[in-house]
Write a protein that binds this ligand. Structure first.
Ligand code: PLP
Ligand code: COI
Length: 360
């Protein structure tokens, strides 16, 4: 497969410098988009072609575009961080590229070569580097995604696709900073089942989660925790984050069941926790285990982790049957230590001993 070189189209600046400064002063999450985007096409028989860095602009689409009807669409999320010397580096873009390939395989879409995925992210960040925030934990969130671009209503894999990377400055994902979230254990709705698309990063998983998220809000909770679809017993993950359970000096994350997303933050924390002297493992945790271990005091903290949300403590749990507080309901010591270690690594405050940072 050929790797197209990315051709730069003449740039225009949809936002003025003053508008960009205003956006960077309070970026929120996914509210503002940078000046450019990368687009690469794929056509059956021709492969990847026409790689371009172009001004950020709306897409024009035929109403019968196959993605709009049958949801052949996948995405990724990764971040670029300002380093102490003013340069910029992304975190594990190759891992996102490989997961993007895995999502493509599951959705019957063509696989973008890892080096093309990384080159596309690099080109956009380099071009729009004045959009990378300079404040502490803030970052530039990159959203690579792929859609079918063929027109037609036949149900089959499309023969044309469009890969795009856009970028958005990111402040805190949850408004209010590092504040423990309350979670709702979803018994009525499930997110995914083994053999389904739960391990792929595809739009349909998120569409299917929204009604449960609304139910969580009705019960006064911030987020949904998904249980396995068969027994409705085993903890899987949250809507956009993986989970970790802290038992004193040991942290445990639900094993990759085939129906939850293999998070890159999750994977990184298995290693960072070991570096910090904690025992880190994957395992199976049931709702009953969660409640019992909270009651006997062996489970000291629970936190969620993901690119957008970094690490967020879980403060309380609610289901149809019960509700309980995790630890003392406040951000735990292990949670906050891991959060700091991860962010220090990403922002260049500590050395990158794993070779995870990709300098631009
Ligand atoms: N689980 C889901 C459903 C997600 O959408 C995400 C976010 O990407 C994660 C977990 C965490 O994955 P990562 O750490 O790679 O961002
Ligand atoms: C991410 O953390 O990158 C996510 O995809 C979570 C959410 C915004 C969908």
């Amino acid at each position: 497969m050929t790797t197209p070189t990315i051709e730069l189209k003449p740039s225009s600046h949809p936002l003025s410098d003053a508008e960009r400064e205003r956006a960077l002063a309070s970026p929120g999450f996914g509210r503002y988009f940078t000046d450019h985007m990368v687009t690469i096409k794929w056509t059956e028989g021709r492969g990847w072609h026409d790689a371009q860095l172009v001004p950020y602009a709306p897409l024009s689409m035929d109403p019968a575009n196959m993605t709009l009807h049958y949801a052949q669409t996948i995405f990724e999320g990764l971040k670029a961080y300002r380093q102490p010397d003013g340069t910029v580096a992304t975190f594990r873009p190759d891992a996102n590229a490989r997961r993007f390939q895995a999502s493509a395989r599951r959705l019957g879409m063509p696989e973008l070569p890892v080096e093309t995925f990384v080159a596309a992210c690099d080109a956009l960040v380099k071009q729009d580097k004045n959009w990378v925030p300079t404040n502490g934990e803030e970052s530039l969130y990159l959203r690579p995604f792929m859609i079918a671009s063929e027109v037609g209503l036949g149900v089959r894999p499309a023969n044309e696709y469009l890969f795009i990377v856009i970028a958005s400055p990111a402040g805190a994902y949850f408004t209010g900073g590092v504040k423990p979230v309350s979670v709702w254990l979803s018994q009525e709705y499930v997110r995914a089942v083994r053999g389904g698309t739960g391990a792929a990063k595809t739009g349909g998983n998120y569409a299917a989660s929204l009604v449960a998220q609304a139910q969580a809000a009705q019960h006064g909770c911030d987020q949904v925790v998904w249980l396995d679809a068969l027994e409705r017993r085993w903890i899987e993950e949250m809507g956009g984050m993986n989970l970790y359970f802290v038992y004193g000096n040991k942290i445990v994350t639900p094993e990759l069941s085939g129906s939850l997303l293999p998070g890159i933050t999750r994977d990184s924390l298995l290693k960072i926790a070991t570096d910090l002297g904690y025992e880190a493992a994957e395992g199976r945790i049931s709702v009953d285990d969660w409640k019992a271990a909270t009651e006997d005091g062996s489970l000291t903290e629970v936190f969620a982790c993901g690119t957008a949300a970094v690490i967020t403590p879980v403060g309380s749990v609610k289901s149809e049957a019960a509700s309980w507080t995790v630890g003392d309901g406040k951000p735990g010591e292990v949670t906050m230590k891991l959060r700091k270690a991860l962010l220090d690594l990403q922002t260049g405050a500590t050395p990158d001993t794993h070779g995870w940072m990709h300098p631009l």
